[in-house]
Design a protein around this ligand. Sequence first.
Ligand code: SF4
Length: 432
Amino acid sequence: MASKRQIDVGGVKIGGGAPVAVQSMTKTETADYEATMLQIRAIADAGADLVRCAVPRDKDIDALKRIVVESPIPVIADIHFNHTLALKAIDAGAHCIRLNPGNIGGPEKVGEVAERAKAAGTPMRIGVNSGSLPRHLHELERENPVEALVSAATEFVALMERLDFYDFKVSIKSTSVPNTIASNRLLSERIDYPLHLGITEAGTKWTGSLKSAVGLGTLLADDIGDTIRISLSTFHAEEEVKVAWEILKALKLRERGPVLIACPTCGRLQFDMDTVVQEIETRLESYDEPIEVAVLGCAVNGIGEASHADFGITGAKNEGLIFAGGEPLKKVPQDELVDALFAEIDRSLKIGRVERDEAKVAEGAAWLAKIEEENVGEMTPERMAALEAKAATEEAMATGTALPMAAPAAARERKKLDESASPTAGRRFTRA
Ligand code: SF4
């Protein structure tokens, strides 16, 4: 169930139907002001809405005072074990305080922090992690780790409410993906505060991204979760932000920058698509526009499932085709495909429409039609998928069963953030 309550972290709304906020955490010593600001800027440039900095020492507070002023995005101070540091971080102007009420020295000290936060208008994130649950829940943790995690979280929520403090989001984090999914599902049924999602110690860029995509993606698809952090074992925190965006883009929860779609390739592939896709992906990183670019390994299916893409290429042995909006644009030699594609993208972005040379369009269309005709009976992965989809639709209509929705309805209704409000929704370029 989606959270009903909303908090405001330095101008970024979290919960209550706001777009899922992306956050990351600096990996520098916060006291090292220059290094920390460098990393915060990299995180912000990659698209993070929020950044969290560890504040384990007094000298970090000194740097924090400057960081909260200079940072382009709101700063969350991450505090453990020391409530005095939490008080100082609030005084330093942190936009949010993250603490674990279980390790801060008892309810009185949590109360002191809540009182100071309330006076300053500073929201909090209260969280529980598997591995650091209160002692009285250890037995339950052995029997039912999910119930133990949720109990710890709801006990902390009850404590905050007793303290008359309601300006917080809640996190339950576990190294186990199934436990993260199950506990957040259960928690979302028991409380209506915003939820912070993450998989603790997820791993390297490769394994951590996959675990996070499975765990967080499953919850987000159910409309559970209001802000996400991808934890990766890399010093380059901006990589965490990129992964977070790919998850949100895949679920169509938010839009940012280009979307690359590429066929998986098969035995019909006739050019070095690995290299081509890699090059296109790298070159697209410098674009802010939410254009969709498709790469097809062969023209056997025509433009097929990539017809909704703003631009695309499909190749054969010696030559390939550039297409836009589902229609051929021009045929070019294979080794010029990528450069020609980007020339078309750049020109179209500059003039706001796709320019067509009718002679070249006709030549490209004829080339494509010839390849389609030569392979009309081929059972390609795309044609098999289309047949399966048709059969499923026919069966659903015959039995009166509803087809699964393409995306969670509630999730689709989430508002887009300013920068991703979609001036480019639907067909992005007109034809000339
Ligand atoms: S048949 Fe499909 S998967 Fe195979 S190379 Fe062509 S477009 Fe790619």
